[in-house]
Write a protein that binds this ligand. Structure first.
Ligand code: FAD
Length: 294
């Protein structure tokens, strides 16, 4: 029997700090809108540092595109009142999906506020909003750097699932096996959530290496060595990066991933090239809606 499976693509942005950045975000969003994404998401600085910027970006995307917008909400450093205010604001904007996170305490901030973990934020959102919101959470196929152990980190996704999460987006990774093993673990732990791979296009080396070291995402040795060897040859880095990430996406789709979530860094070019390699292009109408699986 033929199974028809929903396959969704989504794009993540960060809130720009300047008018110029906001214009660039708008341009990127309009280009990516043509790929009929399931939603756009906008990151949030833990401790409330980007609160105004996130809300402003959400409003701008709602005003200028027809794509549903999912704000991220990170709870660390905030109290219940502050989170409540933000939820009320999103309710008034008609937001129906949220990415609920713990976040990391900004440097210099010592008080973690009323929430220690994302699972507590999810419980709070369910308490306040009932089932009105679709809640996305973070998942870590290569495990969160602060996790007590690999399996405790899978258990943490179970805690978020039990608290009311509807689906998960992963930290980026470059080794598809990490994702498939993680899915097996989740099934064993009774976590029945769509787990969408987070995809980071490779367009440069040093920043990616620094950030990957911080967030515990492994750049496989052979990829790291090649990127290093390209030095300042930006075009070669981009060409190689697009090939590697397109190949990763192909393996993920082939293995049954329920969608792809792109960390765009507010730029469309690399994402569009990867989608083009996957034959997912703006010219194909509603390309992402249905995928037929034999
Ligand atoms: P949690 O799920 O709370 O987990 C954090 C750590 O605590 C893990 O190691 C977990 O194993 C451990 N843990 C959880 N509960 C318990 C418990 N009861 N006992 C013991 N250990 C426990 N950050 C931002 O600041 N803003 C963003 O917009 C943002 N967007 C993101 C989007 C995605 C898709 C992803 C994958 C990450 C994002 N992040 C963002 C980064 C994220 O906030 C950090 O990775 C953060 O360190 C963990 O957040 P979390 O929601 O996964 O936390």
């Amino acid at each position: 029997m033929e199974v028809v499976k929903l396959f969704n693509i989504s794009f993540e942005f960060f809130p720009p700090k300047s008018n110029e950045g906001m214009n660039q975000l708008l341009e990127t969003a309009c280009l990516l809108e043509q790929c009929h994404p399931h939603f756009f998401s906008v990151t949030f600085g833990a401790g409330g540092s980007s609160r105004a910027g996130t809300i402003e970006s959400v409003k701008m995307l709602q005003q200028h595109t027809k794509v549903a917008v999912a704000p991220h909400l990170a709870c660390i450093g905030s109290d219940r009142g502050e989170i409540l205010e933000i939820l009320e604001c999103y309710r008034s904007l008609g937001v129906q999906r949220i990415v609920a996170l713990r976040g990391d305490l900004p440097s210099g901030m010592v008080q973690c506020g009323d929430f220690h973990y994302a699972s507590q934020l999810i419980s709070f959102i369910r308490e306040v909003e009932g089932n009105r919101l679709h809640i996305e959470v973070a998942a870590y196929p290569e495990f969160h750097p602060q996790a007590v152990s690999a399996f405790d980190d899978v258990l943490n996704l179970k805690r978020k699932y039990d608290a009311g999460a509807n689906s998960a987006i992963t930290q980026y990774f470059f080794n598809p096996d990490a994702y498939f093993y993680y899915l097996d673990d989740c099934e064993r732990y009774g976590i029945h959530l769509p787990i969408i791979p987070g995809i980071m296009p490779i367009t440069q080396f040093h920043k990616l290496a620094r950030f990957s070291d911080l967030c515990g995402a492994e750049i496989p040795y052979w990829i790291r060595k090649r990127l290093e060897a390209y030095g300042d040859d930006v075009e070669s880095i981009k060409a190689f990066g697009i090939e590697v990430v397109s190949d990763l996406c192909q393996k993920l789709i082939g293995g049954g991933a329920p969608g792809l979530h792109f960390y765009t860094l507010n730029k469309a070019e690399a994402v569009l090239q990867i989608l083009g390699n996957l034959k997912i292009t703006p010219s194909r109408k509603k390309y992402a809606a249905l995928q037929t699986v034999p």
